[in-house]
Design a protein around this ligand. Structure first.
Ligand code: ATP
Length: 450
C-alpha cells in the first residue's frame, strides 16, 4: 500500500463499503456527513476525496454536498475532489467544476472509470506538489549555491539568469564578501559554457610583477627561471569563463594588454611574438569605485567602457531585507552537518536579534565565519549572541516604519519556518501557528511565488 490517502464521503453504507474495497491500494478513510468529512480532511490530509453531493440533512438534494465541497477546498485548496451524484440536474457538473472540484461523476458508478479518474487525480496532485516544492525552494535558493530571501537579491538572481546564456561582459559591483564570485560562477554554470572551465583570478592577491605572466602566460626563456612555456589563465579559460576579481587593482601598465584581450579576444604570452585567439566569456568584479579610479588616473576609461557592458550591483547584507536570518540558518545547517553537531537546533531570540542588529561590514563571508565559529563554540542546543561574539549593538541604522519592521519580521519568520520545516508549508504553518491558507496569503503578499 502506498502513502496516498483517499477520503470517501458517502452516506450510503453499502456504496461506501463497495468504494472502500475497490480502492484498497490507497490508504482509505470514510465519512458520511459534512462534519466527519471536514474532521477527516483536517486529520488525514487526503490528496483525493470522492464526495457524494446528496449528504444528510439534504440527502435528496445537493446543498449539503456543495457546502462540504466548499469547506474542503477552503481548508485544503490543493485537494482533488471528485464529486459523485445521483441527482441528474445537468447544471451540477458545471457548478461543481466552477466551485473548484477536480471532476464530476454521475451514479451509477462505473468502477473502472472511477478508478482511472482517481489515479489521475493522485498523479496530478503529486505533480502540483512537486511544482510547489520546487517553487518554495526557489524562495530561499533562487540560484544554485545562493541563499537569499530578499527581493533585492532575487532581482540580482533574475538578472544573472537572463545574462547567463549570453556572452555579454558583466561587471559585478559590491562590497567584499557580498557574493561576487558565487554570482560569477552562476553566470557560468547557467550558460552554454558550463561544461568548459571557469577560471578565476584575484588581481589583488597576486604580486604586481607576477600578474602579467599569471594572466597571459609566458614563453620559455622569457625571463630567468622561465624554464618552460606556461599557459596563462586566459588561455586556460578557453571555451569557458574567465573571472577577473578586483579588476580595480590591475596596474595601469597592464591595462592596455587587458583591453586588447577584451576587444579582440587575442592573447600574447610574455616573451612571445605570436598573438593567438582565445574564446572566453569575461566577468569582472570589484569593490572599488572605478569612476574615482578613472578620475585619479589609476584606471583607463576605455577599459572601463569595455567591461561595463552590463553592471550588476550586489547590495551589502545590511541592505537586504530578510537575508541575514535565512543565510544564518543555511550556514548553521551546513556547519552543524559538517561538524556532526546535529544537536544544534537554531538560534536564541537574543542571538537572532544580535545577528539582525549587526551591520556586517564583511557581508556574507563574515556571517559565514561567525556561524562556523558559533557552531564550534555553542554549548546548548541554541546559538546565542555570546557564541556569535556579537552583542546587540546600538549601531545607527535607519529607523524603520512600523509597517516595514512588521513585514521584515514576518518575512524572516516565514523564511526560518520554511527552512526549519524542510520547505513543507503545512509544517511551516504549524511552526508559525497560522492556518495554511494564511501562510499561502503571506507568501503571495511577499511575492514568494507559491
Ligand atoms: N547568497 C549567498 N548564499 C550562500 N553563500 C554565499 C552567498 N553569498 C556569498 N556566499 C558565500 O560567502 C563567501 C564570500 O562570497 P564571495 O567570495 O562570492 O564574495 P566576493 O564578493 O567575491 O568577495 P571578495 O570581494 O572578497 O572577493 C563564500 O564562501 C560564498 O560561498
Amino acid at each position: 500500500m502506498t502513502d496516498q490517502t483517499l477520503l470517501i464521503v458517502e452516506d450510503d453504507p453499502g456504496l461506501q463499503s463497495q468504494l472502500r474495497w475497490s480502492f484498497d491500494q490507497y490508504k482509505v478513510w470514510t465519512a458520511d456527513d459534512r462534519e466527519s468529512a471536514l474532521a477527516a480532511v483536517k486529520r488525514h490530509q487526503p490528496e483525493v476525496v470522492t464526495l457524494d453531493l446528496g449528504l444528510p440533512p439534504d440527502p435528496g438534494g445537493v446543498s449539503e454536498g456543495f457546502a462540504t465541497l466548499n469547506d474542503i477546498l477552503s481548508m485544503a485548496p490543493q485537494t482533488k475532489v471528485i464529486v459523485i451524484t445521483g441527482n441528474d440536474d445537468q447544471f451540477n457538473p458545471v457548478k461543481c467544476i466552477g466551485f473548484g472540484a477536480y471532476d464530476f461523476f454521475q451514479k451509477p458508478i462505473d468502477p473502472t472509470l472511477l478508478a482511472f479518474v482517481v489515479s489521475r487525480a493522485f498523479r496530478l496532485h503529486a505533480l502540483e506538489e512537486e511544482n510547489r516544492r520546487l517553487q518554495r525552494m526557489h524562495i530561499t535558493n533562487p540560484l544554485e549555491g545562493i541563499v537569499a530571501a530578499s527581493p533585492e537579491m532575487h532581482e540580482v538572481c533574475r538578472t544573472v539568469e537572463r545574462l547567463a546564456p549570453t556572452d555579454i561582459t558583466v561587471l559585478l559591483l559590491g562590497e567584499s564578501g557580498t557574493g561576487k564570485e558565487v554570482l560569477a560562477r552562476a553566470l557560468h554554470a547557467l550558460g552554454p559554457r558550463a561544461k568548459k572551465p571557469f577560471i578565476a583570478v584575484n588581481a589583488a592577491a597576486i604580486p604586481e610583477n607576477l600578474l602579467e605572466s599569471e594572466l597571459f602566460g609566458f614563453e620559455r626563456g622569457a625571463y630567468t627561471g622561465a624554464t618552460q612555456q606556461t599557459k596563462g589563465k586566459f588561455e586556460l579559460a578557453d571555451g569557458g569563463t574567465f573571472f577577473l576579481d578586483e579588476i580595480g587593482d590591475i596596474p595601469l601598465s597592464l591595462q592596455p594588454k587587458l583591453l586588447r584581450v577584451l576587444q579582440e579576444r587575442v592573447v600574447e604570452r610574455v616573451g612571445g611574438r605570436q598573438p593567438f585567439k582565445v574564446d572566453v566569456r569575461v566577468v569582472c568584479a570589484t569593490h572599488q569605485n572605478l569612476a574615482k579610479l578613472i578620475e585619479t588616473g589609476r584606471f583607463r576609461e576605455d577599459l572601463y567602457f569595455r567591461i561595463n557592458e552590463m553592471i550588476i550591483n550586489i547590495p551589502p547584507v545590511r541592505e537586504r531585507t530578510g537575508d541575514v536570518a535565512v543565510l544564518a540558518r543555511a550556514f548553521l545547517e551546513k556547519f552543524a552537518k559538517q561538524m556532526r553537531r546535529a544537536q544544534l537546533l537554531g538560534f536564541t531570540d537574543e542571538g537572532l536579534a544580535a545577528l539582525e542588529a549587526y551591520h556586517w561590514p564583511g557581508n556574507v563571508r563574515e556571517l559565514e565565519h561567525k556561524i562556523k565559529r558559533a557552531v564550534v563554540m555553542a554549548q546548548g542546543p541554541l546559538i546565542d549572541a555570546k557564541d556569535l561574539e556579537l552583542l546587540p549593538t546600538s549601531a545607527k541604522r535607519r529607523l524603520l516604519t512600523l509597517r516595514e519592521a512588521r513585514e521584515m519580521a514576518e518575512r524572516q519568520a516565514i523564511g526560518m519556518a520554511l527552512s526549519e520545516a524542510g520547505e513543507n508549508v503545512t509544517k511551516a504553518a504549524e511552526l508559525l501557528e497560522v492556518a495554511r491558507p494564511t501562510l499561502y496569503a503571506l507568501l503571495t503578499k511577499f511575492n514568494l511565488k507559491v
